[in-house]
Design a protein around this ligand. Structure first.
Ligand SMILES: [Fe+2]
Length: 159
């Protein structure tokens, strides 16, 4: 069977880019690399890269997240497991957890497929931030314009 004419275009990208500018700064020593920004289902696939130790964020997922650790390791304060290079992680809807990278990890890189949104919380469960595919698109667009790749560089990752 041939591909229907209305099917979305495929994406094939070198996930860990040669061009450092493709990494979008998220926070000091934290970056993400967009791979697929899904405006139809509401979600996104990206790599998260962290080059610092400590707590990164406390957050809640209203929808499922799938992760695959490519390099380094990380854990959630609420669980007793450590996600190591090669680990697959499923984060069920409703989870609130606190992401930590330990001191002995120089760099962690993890692929995440995030549905819906990230809801950032303080220690008392008050919302202090929110991200969805559209806030991610905004961040990418501003960054790629600023570093000279151009706003349209992002277009290849949006469906
Ligand atoms: Fe999470």
């Amino acid at each position: 069977m041939s591909t229907p004419p209305d099917a979305a275009l495929e994406i094939v990208a070198q996930a860990i880019p040669n061009d450092e500018r493709v990494w979008v700064p998220q926070a000091p020593s934290v970056w993400f690399r967009p791979l697929m920004l899904n405006t139809v289902n509401g979600g996104w696939c990206n790599l998260l890269r962290v080059r610092k130790a400590g707590v990164l964020s406390r957050h809640r997922h209203p929808a499922p997240v799938h992760g695959y650790v490519i390099k380094g390791s990380w854990r959630y304060l609420e669980h007793d497991w450590v996600a190591m290079a090669g680990s697959y992680v499923f984060e069920p809807p409703g989870e609130t957890h606190t992401l930590v990278v330990d001191n002995d990890v120089e760099e962690m890189i993890t692929f995440f497929n995030i549905s819906g949104a990230m809801i950032y919380l303080d220690a008392n469960d008050r919302q202090i931030g929110y991200e969805d595919v559209f806030t991610k698109i905004d961040m990418c667009r501003r960054h790629y314009a600023a570093v000279g790749l151009g706003e349209d560089y992002l277009q290849q990752f949006i469906r």
